[in-house]
Design a protein around this ligand. Structure first.
Ligand code: HEC
Ligand code: HEC
Ligand code: HEC
Ligand code: HEC
Ligand code: HEC
Length: 292
């Protein structure tokens, strides 16, 4: 009995210790916690595709524009701190989708370091923060946490299970109930305005458009059907590649123009030239474009 009590006391002492020990204090610590570079050894082509994707540079902006800079600049947004040294995780509501691991695993000191790096235009440091393989295949793989629990340490999740996975840390792959479904991407690709914050704002809305426009029209493809054929992890478009983006858009958008030119007889001898232009733009996308 005494032994049991001792174990219970130790357990209560250990839990908060582990919980706080798990949080990263610096950008380097956070990057290391979710570092996926060793996945490259065995998943080379997927790794290359991911490296070129926007998921690998979620705080960098298109073409390195460091789009989070206003969040670190005094007075530039309602969220910006007066002094970068006072920044907290809450000053960056964008982390909800652009860097979910910062919410679960980072101390406020990471927000201070990020705010300072943004103001100093230190792209090398900001680029260390990525939506890595582990973020998608662990952190975001479960949405019914009350019943299914939090994603487990040392376990990856995918659309199918693998009993024995030869990675040093993730020795098992379990089946995620959602990794084949659009709701998985919908966690970050937005339903509408983010109303849960004390200052509502809007970023990506594409999942809302998919659910309320595409699906009710009778269509049935998933995000993965269109964007991840054969497991493609580039998940195009890649907006840093102008040529590739134009080609994809040219394939996806069709413009049908019909014109009627005529002369309107205003009164005898007075002809007014007129033109009627009918345009119809259609896309093959499963949602509105552009978004975000
Ligand atoms: C030493 C080689 C090795 C390393 C390192 C490795 N993997 Fe794997 N992984 C494999 C092999 C082999 C399989 C396929 C097992 C099978 O299908 O039976 C696999 C399967 C998977 C699957 C399941 C695939 C499916 O079909 O759904 C995922 C997801 C995955 N790995 C992700 C990762 C991630 C993320 C990392 C880095 C954290 C990683 N792997 C590191 C070898 C490796
Ligand atoms: C609901 C999730 C979500 C939140 C919250 C969110 N974003 Fe986004 N954001 C996305 C997604 C997903 C994309 C890319 C897809 C798209 O544009 O449809 C994106 C794209 C962007 C882009 C355009 C691409 C780029 O890198 O330049 C900018 C800029 C941006 N977000 C800034 C922000 C800022 C600043 C915040 C916080 C104030 C924020 N976002 C909060 C999900 C979100
Ligand atoms: C944005 C989220 C996201 C990121 C980042 C991501 N994955 Fe995936 N991955 C998925 C989803 C979703 C699937 C399941 C697709 C399906 O079943 O249609 C998948 C499937 C896989 C598969 C099985 C499919 C196949 O073709 O073998 C492997 C292996 C895999 N991922 C490895 C990785 C590795 C390695 C990385 C990092 C380089 C990575 N993933 C990064 C979302 C992601
Ligand atoms: C952890 C959140 C998260 C998940 C899960 C996620 N994405 Fe993203 N995705 C983002 C963010 C954030 C960006 C924008 C990064 C940037 O600023 O450039 C993005 C960018 C993209 C882009 C590039 C175009 C653009 O507007 O930047 C595509 C396409 C995309 N995601 C599709 C998907 C699909 C399909 C899935 C599901 C298989 C998925 N994403 C899952 C957060 C996520
Ligand atoms: C029926 C096929 C289809 C489905 C389903 C689909 N997409 Fe798309 N998506 C496209 C096409 C086509 C484009 C535009 C051409 C291109 O750039 O690839 C596009 C563009 C995008 C973009 C770039 C938006 C921009 O601002 O230009 C993002 C992000 C994206 N899709 C994410 C998703 C997510 C997340 C889902 C699931 C909720 C999804 N897509 C479902 C076909 C689809």
């Amino acid at each position: 009995m005494r032994f049991l009590k001792l174990i219970l006391i130790l357990l209560f002492m250990a839990v908060p210790l582990i919980a706080s020990a798990e949080k990263a204090k610096t950008i380097d610590e956070l990057a290391k916690m979710y570092d996926s570079s060793r996945c490259k050894e065995c998943h080379e082509s997927i790794y290359k595709q991911w490296e070129n994707s926007h998921h690998a540079r979620p705080l960098m902006g298109v073409k390195g524009g460091l789009m989070l800079t206003p969040l670190a600049t005094k007075g530039a947004t309602a969220f910006s701190p007066d002094d970068p040294k006072k920044a907290t995780i809450k000053n960056f509501p964008c982390f909800k989708c652009h860097l979910p691991q910062a919410i679960t695993s980072a101390e406020d000191s990471v927000a201070v370091e990020l705010a300072e790096a943004l103001l100093a235009k230190d792209s090398t440091k900001v680029a260390k923060l990525q939506i890595t393989c582990i973020v998608c295949h662990n952190t975001k793989a479960i949405i019914h946490k009350r019943e299914l629990g939090e994603p487990k340490a040392g376990v990856l999740y995918s659309s199918k299970a693998v009993d024995s996975h030869p990675d040093g840390i993730f020795k098992k792959v379990e089946k995620s109930a959602i990794m084949k479904d659009s709701v998985y991407c919908g966690q970050c690709h937005g339903l509408g305005p983010n109303l849960e914050f004390d200052q509502a704002f809007q970023c990506a809305n594409l999942y809302g458009s998919y659910l309320h426009s595409y699906i009710p029209s009778g269509a049935s493809q998933t995000c993965m059907d269109c964007h991840m054929q054969k497991g493609d992890h580039l998940i195009a478009p890649n907006f840093n590649d102008d040529k590739g983006t134009s080609e994809l858009l040219a394939k996806a958008i069709s413009l049908d123009v019909q014109t009627l030119g005529y002369e309107w007889l205003l009164k005898a001898g007075t002809y007014v030239p007129k033109v009627v232009v009918n345009t119809k733009i259609t896309t093959t996308a499963g949602h509105r474009i552009p978004d975000g």
